[in-house]
Design a protein around this ligand. Structure first.
Ligand SMILES: *Cc1c(COP(=O)(O)O)cnc(C)c1O
Length: 381
């Protein structure tokens, strides 16, 4: 029996052709495809600047550094996310603060945000869980009041919109990061990007991506053409020309990817309407979700049976997954002093959640298989 995974990349002939072309060219890394990919990302999202990097995690790291996060600072993020949204704060020697979620969207709740702000707060990192945008306007308002930088973790939400504003446009934030891991909306194998409208941040990000080095400013000083200068402690977070070629080709299909994801979500919505077992994801009136995930949330009576249901679905070939174990419950974070009970809504969400397969390459027959298997798994309880 072939398993239907919860997500999967979509690679076509053109993707392969473009990658092969680069392999025969002069540039394997740091070539013309990188700039072209960055320009395509700007065109699509509306951001002024894009810095493509080696992963979404690298994007988060240099975004935090560019925002000036340093030891002693605090940065607020969602507990219901992939580890990297909080680890990037630790990379900078700062302290992550977890602010609880809205129980329906799984996004950080702007209402609870203010009580987690202190004199040491510097940044808020909202995560658009499952592709459904956070209430960015409300978050922006609080950030402005306290002078905080907003870094959107948009790893789930390329192609989503908040009101009429595309995620990545930076209308409500300072920086947005993307991930191009194969489970995300477009892929470069591993990869990510940082988007911003600030030239100042852009210049820093470019240096941070590559060893903190710059050449550009020294063309006219009495040094030779070899001269470069390291101005800050950067990394090697470069995206290769090979990966960039794949990214360009993938981004050409983003509208189709998002539409197909939304179409599958719609099919699930209709199939599971008014079912007695679980809640299905809904879109708020301000949101156009890109449906990275389709998270089911079990109703109270069924929560204790979650692992039985999960195992049953896995046994019949559905690559279901749970998103997410609240980050602060991880042993490493317990070691830092975080305790169970910190964010009750995120913990409640975690205990009730199962993500069912959703990716653009799913056939309608596979969508029907998922629907049938989910119905059977619950009706047998
Ligand atoms: C995938 C993901 C990341 C990290 O991206 P990588 O490209 O895997 O490093 C960060 N945040 C969230 C919410 C993600 O889902």
């Amino acid at each position: 029996m072939k398993t239907i995974p919860y997500s999967r990349q979509n690679i076509n002939k053109n993707d392969i052709k473009e990658v092969i072309k680069v392999l025969g060219s002069d540039f394997l890394t740091q070539g013309p495809k990188l700039k072209e990919f960055e320009i395509s990302l700007c065109k699509y999202t509306g951001a002024s600047y894009a810095v493509a990097v080696s992963s979404g995690t690298a994007a988060l790291h240099i975004a935090c550094l560019a925002a000036g996060i340093k030891p002693g600072d605090e940065a607020i993020t969602s507990p219901l996310t992939f580890l990297a949204s909080a680890n990037c704060i630790l990379y900078c020697g700062a302290d992550p603060i977890f602010s609880d979620i809205e129980p329906d969207t799984g996004n950080i709740d702007p209402v609870g945000l203010e009580k987690n702000i202190s004199k040491r707060s510097k940044v808020i990192i909202p995560v658009h869980f499952a592709g459904h945008p956070c209430d960015l306007k409300a978050i922006r308002k609080i950030a402005k009041k306290y002078g905080l930088t907003v870094i959107e973790d948009a790893a789930h939400s390329l192609g989503a919109k908040y009101k009429n504003s595309k995620i990545g446009s930076g209308e409500y934030s300072d920086i947005t990061i993307l991930s191009f891991h194969p489970v995300k909306h477009i892929t470069t194998g591993e990869g990510g990007a940082v988007l911003t409208n600030s030239k100042l941040l852009y210049d820093k990000l470019i240096m941070l991506r590559s060893h903190g080095v710059t050449k550009e400013k020294f063309n006219n000083v009495p040094h030779g053409g070899w001269y470069y200068e390291m101005q800050l402690l950067g990394y090697n977070y470069r995206l290769t020309n090979i990966q960039s070629a794949l990214g360009i080709s993938q981004l050409k299909r983003i509208e189709y990817f998002v539409k197909r994801r939304r179409n599958i979500a719609q099919r699930y919505n209709e199939a599971f309407l008014n079912n007695p077992y679980f809640y299905t994801p809904e879109e708020k009136d301000y949101a156009y979700s890109s449906y990275h995930l389709y998270p089911l949330r079990l109703k109270k009576e069924y929560i204790s049976m979650r692992s039985r249901i999960f195992d049953g679905l896995r046994r019949c070939g559905l690559g279901v997954q749970v998103h997410y174990i609240p980050v602060y419950l991880q042993p490493y974070y317990s070691g830092l002093g975080f305790k169970k009970g910190l964010c009750p809504k995120a913990e409640g969400f975690y205990f009730s959640e199962i993500s069912i397969p959703l990716f653009p390459g799913m056939k309608n027959s596979e969508v029907d298989t998922v629907i049938g298997n989910v119905r059977r798994a619950f009706s047998r309880l």
